[in-house]
Ligand binder design. Structure first.
Ligand SMILES: Cc1ncc(COP(=O)(O)O)c(C=O)c1O
Length: 461
């Protein structure tokens, strides 16, 4: 029988994270202070994050040691298995070999605890008592809730209202791990009240929830804020995934021609692909594809510009692909992909042509997710279905071209708490949303006066 799963022993768990900042062909442009337009220094970030994470945020050191306390928690679910998707290959009749890295085996169900563990640990060491955060689909909120409980920290989660209503079990998971979760926009913060005054029925967005969580942290001396994606230190922690994958691909005796991941803020994609981006920088020929929803086409349509990470303009300005901080994406079920921006690291790598972005409509992603479930068994999170859909496209292309390509994709999480989305799909209630061109243009007009990065690229609209 052919080998289906490639496991690594715990002794092979990577002991360091990989920092792509050491190898990027174009150095990253710094975050800017929204008031002065000057680069923000560590002290500007200190009310929001603990200094040990700020140091990681700006570090250009290639390898960063993973603390023993974090390794001891990682082994609860890491190393995660790499699978060969023989059944999907056979179903598609493709000569391509398809591999997927299963990040859904973490207790919270996704890749998110890879950074939640690290962030909870560094906050604990720095003396933080309570962490505040946002969550879209609830994967991040539940991951952080679990990790805060491991380190004895309080956890407050602002969950985007549309997802709060779609996914009641996520809230209960957070409660089980001891966190307090409220729907955002909420009446608990100035930011939430401001949005509700404009639109009492606001479905919320990640941008709004971030504003609420940052405000809740800044107003309390014992609290810090934690972001589940986008920032450099989050991408760093996630690289444990790609580093394991490289070892597993070597055991399988293959090397990917194509690496695929879905991208909301960019963290699961980065985690899996950055070690391969390093190989690409050093000469390997790999197509590295980030997949986003067509209704929130940050990478494929948005400019590379400076913008706020949140709606109420509390964060520093980040150089990134963005649809404008006032853009509220359509209520698709992939809540974790409803974000106006993209990680500066991923954005810069797109500008440098090392990463290729693609946008896919919701219905194709669910169709792909169902095909994957009926062949490989696993039911994917709606976000993850974007990666599955792109993998199927690439596998069919390989079939057409008669090429035996090696395709690797990151299976970022399971969808067992997202079955309402599948129900809506089976009942024919899901739809594709047309490109929200007018909304994007309006939101981009709001960022026109902001400073521009040196490598500013206009959007497509
Ligand atoms: C399973 C899963 N995949 C992907 C994402 C997208 O986030 P990111 O781009 O940071 O990986 C999320 C976010 O909630 C998620 O829950």
């Amino acid at each position: 029988m052919e080998v289906k799963k490639i496991f690594l022993p715990e002794s092979e768990l990577p002991r360091q994270w990989y920092n792509i900042m050491a190898d990027m062909p174009t150095p990253m442009e710094p975050p800017l202070h929204p008031g002065t337009g000057q680069p923000v220094g560590p002290d500007d970030l200190a009310p929001i994050f603990p200094m040990n994470l700020i140091e990681q945020e700006v570090s250009t050191q290639r390898w960063i040691d993973i603390p023993q306390e974090v390794l001891e928690k990682y082994v609860i679910w890491r190393p995660t298995p790499l699978y060969r998707a023989y059944n999907l290959e056979k179903h598609l009749g493709t000569p391509a070999k398809i591999y997927f890295k299963n990040e859904g085996v973490s207790p919270a169900g996704s890749h998110k605890p890879n950074t939640a563990i690290a962030q909870a640990y560094y906050n604990k060491v720095a003396g933080t008592k309570r962490i505040t955060t946002e969550t879209g689909a609830g994967q991040w909120g539940s991951a952080l809730a679990m990790c805060c409980s491991f380190f004895g920290l309080e956890c407050k989660v602002f969950m985007v209202r549309i997802s709060f209503n779609h996914k009641p079990y996520r809230k209960l998971m957070m409660q089980t791990w001891g966190a307090n979760c409220v729907a955002s926009p909420s009446t608990e913060t100035e930011s939430g009240r401001k949005i509700l005054a404009q639109d009492p029925d606001s479905p919320g967005s990640l941008g709004i929830a971030i504003s609420e969580a940052v405000e809740a942290a800044v107003g309390d001396k014992d609290s810090k804020y934690s972001l589940g994606s986008v920032l450099n230190h989050v991408m760093l922690h996630q690289t444990i995934n790609g580093l394991e994958t490289q070892k597993q691909m070597a055991i399988a005796g293959d090397y990917p021609d194509v690496v695929i991941g879905c991208a909301g803020g960019g963290s699961n994609f980065a985690g899996n692909c950055l070690p391969f981006v390093c190989d690409k920088i050093h000469g390997k020929d790999i197509d590295i594809i980030g997949v986003e929803p067509s209704s929130c086409p940050t990478m494929t349509q948005g400019p590379f510009a400076y913008d706020f990470g949140d709606t109420v303009q509390m964060t520093p300005l980040l150089p990134m692909h963005t649809l404008g901080h006032n853009f509220i994406p359509a209520p698709i079920h992939a809540g974790g992909l409803r974000y106006h921006g993209m990680a500066p690291i991923i954005s810069q790598l797109i500008v440098d042509n090392l990463i290729r972005p693609v946008a896919i409509h919701q219905l194709e992603t669910f169709e792909a997710g169902v095909t994957f479930a009926r062949t490989e068994g696993f039911i994917s999170a709606p976000e993850c279905n974007h990666a599955v859909a792109m993998t199927i496209r690439e596998a069919l292309k390989a079939k057409e071209e008669g090429k035996e390509k090696v395709i690797l994709f990151n299976w970022s999480g399971h969808g067992l708490v997202d079955m309402a989305a599948y129900q809506a799909y089976f009942e024919g209630q899901l739809k594709d949303y047309p490109l929200p061109a007018e909304d994007i243009k309006r939101a981009l007009a709001d960022i026109a006066p902001l400073p521009k990065p040196r490598q500013y690229r206009p959007g497509k609209l």
